[in-house]
Write a protein that binds this ligand. Structure first.
Ligand code: FES
Ligand code: FES
Length: 159
């Protein structure tokens, strides 16, 4: 079967991969690079649990083919902390109790991070709209929205 050479920057590190055409970014991250923070919920682009930042934009990694991503930058939840110092969005989710089973949390945090990078002071409506397609079966969203709002005062825009 035909294979593709793909270079990616994942969490600041350069990786070179030999990829079959059908391999999704989620498979690459979880199965090859052992970055299992991105969760495989539906595999259909519907739940948001696999969300990563692809060139800074929140992207459902289960419906993106790695073979098409040569030269791209990917940030997963594992790349968000600065050493042992958590990103303000991660801190805020912990402080506000916005995590229960945690399955949706990596995708939710990366979606929130992308929002705060482009708008450091979003309204509640903007927060709700931004996370509305990331599904959470546990928290009822109230604490997640509170966590993103709390992080908005401490988050430093990166773009
Ligand atoms: S696992 Fe990708 S959107 Fe559900
Ligand atoms: S915390 Fe369980 S799905 Fe969101």
């Amino acid at each position: 079967m035909e294979r593709f050479k793909v270079k990616l920057e994942v969490n600041g590190e350069s990786v070179e991969l030999d990829i079959k055409p059908s391999e999704t970014l989620l498979e690459t991250l979880r199965d090859r690079l052992e970055l299992t923070g991105s969760k495989d919920g539906c595999g259909l682009g519907a739940c948001g649990s696999c969300t990563v930042l692809l060139n800074g934009l929140p992207t459902r990694s289960c419906i993106v083919l790695t073979a098409e991503l040569d030269g791209s930058e990917v940030t997963t939840i594992e790349g968000l902390a600065d050493g042992t110092k958590l990103n303000p969005v991660q801190e805020s989710f912990m402080e506000k109790g916005a995590v229960q089973c945690g399955f949706c949390t990596p995708g939710m945090i990366l979606t929130a991070k992308a929002l705060l990078d482009r708008n450091s002071q979003p309204s509640k409506e903007e927060v709700i709209r931004s996370i509305s397609s990331n599904l959470c079966r546990c928290t009822g969203y109230k604490k997640i929205v509170e966590a993103v709002e709390a992080a908005s005062s401490t988050e430093t825009p990166t773009t």
